[in-house]
Design a protein around this ligand. Structure first.
Ligand code: HEM
Length: 468
């Protein structure tokens, strides 16, 4: 009995320490403990990537990586990435609802337009894609003006402020007003119910221990059972908000979902799963990008100066090049592993991947790849994107097509909210820099997040009103 137990434990330990024997031999293995370093050391993702992953990934283009309770293949080489994006049926999308269905995270976002594959994905696209691709851009300008008013009230004695809360209010207001067609009022009021609830549920879900070992969510741990209950309550609260929203003569994300629910195109669960993901992806990802942009402009005064000089220029080429460079160096979603092979496949010329393997990509690694971006890959150089609006948009498009810049994913499954997200960050940065000079709080330690989505960690900014 005891020896059987010991053998069982040893087998579990082996399955964590070593990749499965049928995994490709032609690519290196990142040590299993690397994925845990962010949670248990003071290293951030850039340090972890540089020390433990970069050399291997830049040499081989892909590597074996232990992450979220299993061994995966992770890619940084654009040519390999394109194969992943193009062969949708071999590298089939398989989000958390399939990968870790028992987790609290999977319970939160369910099966949705981002995580689903095949017929289900096509169905969700038919229902919500138009509301994301053709949002009402008008409220963005109004929300950016409100942002300035709130900022003005919050600034006391020139003290630095942690800006994340206010930025989240801005991106929540935008996704509500422009895409979902639901008024969250987060720019009009502080501490709205929705904002408080989102922050609370996020704290419950994104706990390092359960992110690293999602199988622990299978156990009857009191705090996780409580988290499960709170996620269920949030889902029901949010679903009611979507159902009761008014359609002011314009089709919106919420009204499209409501129609699909009423005519039985979507089940109640599918309605909520898709509503939640539009709200989450639609405000969290732009929030991350804005945090990184605030960090960049605060760090480089000359960048602010050049953006200010473009005032009145609708094309704002320099600002666009700053955003491209920020997406390259600090892509909001640094690593995405959510495709599973549906058959045995050879990736590139010799990476033999068995059926049923999770394959993903490291956005951060592609953005810092020296073979693509040269020896200056770690330097912030917006000039690399060109000078004129035409040159910048051509280089940006080319980088996306070649998968040199996969920040918004690519091909058929590329992000639908890109245009909207870029517009809302542009408007806010332009509006803000006309009124304020930004600098980093000298006491803030320059670090990005240790794991998960990428942004500066606990960013604190000093704002100084510009005297005219
Ligand atoms: C800076 C902001 C954003 C970034 C960096 C970003 C990035 C991404 C990425 C990497 C994916 C692929 C995800 C995966 O495979 O798991 C994706 C998909 C998607 N994003 Fe975004 N996103 C952003 C903003 C938005 C916004 C504002 C919306 C609006 C609701 C949105 C809606 C979507 C949708 C619907 C998909 C799924 C597309 C499909 O598979 O058909 N995103 N995004």
């Amino acid at each position: 009995m005891i020896s059987a137990l010991i053998v069982g434990v040893l087998l579990i330990v082996k399955s964590i320490i070593l990749p499965p024997s049928n995994f490709p031999k032609s690519i290196p293995t990142i040590p299993f403990y690397v994925s845990f370093l962010g949670a248990y050391t003071s290293m951030d993702q850039e340090e972890i990537y540089n020390y433990y992953m970069r050399e291997k990934l830049e040499k081989y283009g892909a590597a074996k990586l232990y992450f979220a309770s299993r061994w995966n293949i992770v890619i940084i080489e654009p040519e390999l990435l394109l194969q992943l994006f193009k062969n949708e049926n071999i590298y089939a999308k398989s989000g958390n609802q399939e990968k870790i269905p028992y987790s609290v995270l999977a319970q939160y976002t369910g099966e949705n337009i981002i995580s689903a594959h095949g017929e289900k994905w096509r169905l969700y696209r038919r229902v919500v894609a138009s509301s994301v691709q053709f949002p009402n851009m008008e409220p963005i300008v109004e929300n950016s003006k409100r942002f300035l008013d709130v900022l003005h009230q919050e600034l006391i004695n020139n003290s630095p402020i942690e800006i994340i809360d206010l930025l989240q209010r801005y991106t929540l207001a935008n996704i509500g007003d422009s895409v979902l067609g639901v008024k969250f009022n987060t720019m009009e009021e502080k501490d709205t119910e929705i904002h408080k609830r989102i922050k609370h549920v996020k704290r419950q879900i994104f706990q390092p221990l359960y992110m690293n070992f999602p199988f622990l969510d299978k156990l009857p741990i009191a705090s996780r059972m409580e988290a499960r209950k709170e996620v269920a309550q949030f889902r029901s609260y949010f679903s009611n908000i979507l159902k009761t929203c008014q359609n002011f003569g314009r089709e919106t994300g919420a009204s499209r979902l409501r129609q699909a629910l009423d005519n039985n195109t979507l089940t109640e669960k599918e309605f909520t799963d898709n509503g939640i993901i539009l709200m989450v992806a639609g405000h969290e990802n732009p929030l991350l990008l804005l945090l990184s942009l605030f960090y960049i402009v605060a760090k480089y005064p000359e960048v602010q100066h050049k953006i200010r000089q473009e005032n009145g220029d609708n094309e704002a080429p320099y600002l666009n090049s700053v955003i491209c460079e920020c997406l390259r160096m600090l892509p909001p979603l640094g690593q995405i592993i959510n495709r599973r092979t549906t058959e045995n496949v050879i990736l590139g010329s010799n990476i033999r991947i068995p059926k049923g393997t999770y394959v993903g990509y490291n956005n951060f690694g592609t953005g810092r790849h020296r073979k693509i971006w040269g020896e200056s890959a770690d330097e912030f150089k917006p000039e690399r994107w060109g000078k004129t609006p035409q040159e910048i948009s051509r280089k940006y498009l080319e980088a996306k097509i070649k998968a040199n810049l996969p920040a918004f994913h690519g091909r058929k499954r590329a992000c639908l909210g890109e245009k909207f997200a870029l517009e809302e960050v542009r408007v806010l940065i332009q509006t803000l820099l006309q009124m304020y000079q930004l600098s980093l709080d000298p006491n803030w330690v320059e670090k990005i997040t240790p794991a998960g989505p990428i942004c500066p960690l606990g960013l604190k900014i000093k704002f100084k009103k510009i005297e005219f």
